[in-house]
Design a protein around this ligand. Structure first.
Ligand code: GAL
Length: 647
């Protein structure tokens, strides 16, 4: 795994570029991402290009032996462009234009803006596409950041109508598919269909689901338009994009098919503070991040490209600026996050950013250097990580053990109609992932249809619409299967399937869901031993499957049918732990229950162990191997690498 950094030469006096490049190389960095917000400096006025500064910046990095990933700047259209084409901005769900003065103020569906984005990408590719230092192109920056996947603009409405006509064929078919007979919602023509915002009460969920599919498709089409000109003008270079954390607004499997390497931006402390973690976890892991945040996304995005190529395009190096609270990482965490990315198979990790910029929105965001050019604490950790990575040599692949199936439309269905507040397919996947990793297991997060060959255990945490590709895979799969609640509960048009849930999975699971209910906080049905409880969601089930885990008051939490289990309740961490432990045992997988905060990852003939706890932790005695880095007693933010002869 190589190390890199995100760099903005346009922020700094040209006189220090050469020294910056030399310092990067001396720190063990070999890759630099530049350019993704620089449109205004590249083309300060319509059609007037100023390439001189960027030519010199590229040369100074090249002279230091650094490779470059160049960003296309379509996330930051300059003021003159917005003024010339005012209707290119997105409208938010309230119908308000998204103003100039930050970034991402464009609508994915605006044809004029898309052409402008292609024009600037093409100009950059023509200029730098054959440069020996330029090895890749990042298209745009973080599609959807700041809630920008959906736009409620006239351009989006027009494009949506065209998209609907292609999907449904006739307006009669659309009315039928959406159930528009309900509340007199029928249309006479596609031209009558509005966007799903601004209705009095909730909009038809089928309308929303199609709009979310459409919005996702628009992101991918926007990307493809730039990727095509980049591939043509800059042959042999990798095409990348940087995805985000806990973000499912567009289909990353679809985007993954359009890139060579899917990057993602890893900010474990910002994500811990911003997302649905318990107050206890937020405190316990405030300076480390929850131990599954980074790994979950590594494993998720690895599964989004056909050949599993992924990278960390931005790595948190210190306090960030954008969460509600922005603590500093524990000493050692930047090194730990870096080696954990290596253990999960990243091609590179790039830190965001080289130097903290003392002005504008991100002036409180740490870099590897302070604004006064002195090293920030992370720089020494980067140097250490670079040396350790070089000494370890390439990380081998992890053997196939557990496949966890996740699909983006699942998240759309559960968030469009949660039925119980906060119940989401993404978080069901995360909680199952956590439960598996607490058992010391390695997990691949896979798309339906990606193939289950070689896995011993397949976990489907929550998949309301079951794609046919997965049905075919499950029918052939010889390993253990665990299916979570709501799976198969909707058809592709957001209707309850004929014959009820779990729809196409009924025969495989040997059951039918007769009734569902969601449970408010505190309304729980605990197991007799108190280890888990039926909470948040419950399904009454009929059929030949037999009860396996039952609450003290006789409700069935888990059903068993042949080699398959069905969770009739929400996979809370405790319940997921109990059922996945049984499933792993039945699948013949050796588990290693881990101390709180410790996680493992096997790579080739090595096991990496990471301590996210704020206290020292001892590796379980059952975990054999020769220590080649660190020690078995892991300090906070510590790691240990064990080597085995057998793998
Ligand atoms: C990312 C973004 C970067 C920068 C960073 C700050 O979301 O891609 O441009 O804003 O966050 O943490």
């Amino acid at each position: 795994m190589r190390l890199g950094v995100c760099y903005y030469p346009e922020h700094w006096d040209e006189a220090i570029w050469a020294e910056d490049a030399a310092r990067m190389a001396a720190a063990g960095l070999s890759l630099v991402r530049i350019g993704e917000f620089a449109w205004g400096r590249i083309e300060p006025a319509p059609g007037q290009f100023d390439w001189g500064w960027l030519d010199r910046a590229v040369e100074s990095l090249h002279r230091a032996g650094l490779k470059i990933i160049m960003g296309t700047p379509s996330a930051t259209p300059p003021k003159w462009l917005v003024d010339r084409m005012p209707d290119m901005v997105a409208l938010d769900a309230e119908g308000r234009p998204r103003g100039f003065g930050s970034r991402r103020h464009y609508c994915f569906s605006h044809a004029g803006y898309r052409a402008e984005a292609v024009r600037i990408a093409s100009a950059m590719a023509t200029r730098y596409g054959h440069h020996p230092a330029v090895e890749g192109w990042q298209v745009d920056n973080e599609y959807g950041c700041h809630d920008t996947v959906q736009s409620f603009s006239p351009a989006a409405r027009e494009a949506f109508r065209t998209w609907l006509a292609a999907r449904h064929g006739s307006i009669v078919a659309l009315n039928q598919a959406w159930g528009n007979v309900f509340w007199s919602m029928e249309y006479r023509a596609f031209a009558e269909v509005e966007l799903p915002n601004l209705t009095v009460t909730e909009t038809n969920p089928a309308h929303w689901l199609d709009f979310r599919r459409f919005s996702s498709d628009q992101v991918v089409a926007f990307h493809r338009a730039q990727a095509e000109v980049l591939r043509a003008a800059s042959p042999g270079r990798t095409i990348l994009h940087n995805a985000m954390g806990f973000f499912a607004e567009y289909d990353h499997h679809a985007l993954g098919a359009e890139v060579d390497v899917l990057g993602w931006d890893s900010y474990p402390l910002g994500f811990l503070d911003s997302f649905r973690f318990t107050p206890e976890d937020k405190l316990a892991y405030a300076r480390a991040g929850h131990p599954d945040i980074a790994a979950f996304h590594h494993d998720l995005y690895r599964g989004c490209t056909a050949d599993g190529r992924w990278a960390v395009l931005e790595q948190q190096p210190g306090p960030v600026n954008w969460a509600a609270h922005n603590p500093a990482p524990l000493p050692g965490m930047v090194r730990l996050w870096t080696l954990e990315a290596m253990a999960h198979g990243a091609e590179f990790t790039a830190y965001f950013r080289w130097r903290q910029f003392p002005r504008a929105q991100e002036q409180n965001h740490a870099g590897l250097l302070r604004p006064d050019h002195a090293p920030a604490p992370a720089l020494a950790e980067v140097v250490q990580a670079a040396e350790e990575i070089a000494a370890l040599g390439p990380a081998g692949a992890s053997p196939r053990r557990v496949a966890l199936v996740f699909d983006y439309p699942a998240e759309w269905v559960t968030t469009i109609q949660p039925q119980g507040k906060g119940l989401s397919a993404l978080w069901a996947a995360f909680d199952c992932y956590t439960a598996l990793r607490r058992l010391g297991l390695d997990v691949d997060i896979v798309a339906p249809g990606a193939g289950l060959a070689g896995y011993a255990l397949c976990v489907v945490p929550c998949l309301p619409v079951v794609p046919e590709a997965l049905m075919a895979e499950l029918a052939q799969f010889a390993g253990e299967v665990v299916v979570g609640p709501r799976s198969g509960s909707r058809d592709a048009d957001f209707a309850i399937p004929e014959g009820l849930a779990p729809g196409p999975l009924r025969d495989l699971l040997g059951l039918t869901v007769a009734r569902v209910e969601s449970l408010p906080p505190g309304l729980e049905h605990p197991a007799a031993d108190g280890r888990w409880a039926i909470a948040r969601w419950y399904e009454e089930v009929e059929g030949e499957a037999r009860p396996e885990l039952t609450s003290a008051d006789g409700r069935v939490a888990v059903w068993r049918h042949q080699r398959r289990r069905y969770l009739a309740t929400w996979p809370t961490p405790a319940l997921a732990g109990a059922v996945l432990e049984r499933a792993a045992r039945d699948a013949g997988l050796a588990t290693t229950p881990l101390p709180e905060g410790v996680r493992l990852r096997r790579a080739g003939n090595r096991t990496f162990a990471f301590n996210y706890a704020a206290e020292p932790r001892e590796l379980p005695a059952s975990l054999a191997g020769r220590v080649v880095l660190g020690e078995r007693r892991l300090p906070p933010a510590g790691l240990c690498v064990l080597e085995h002869d057998d793998a």
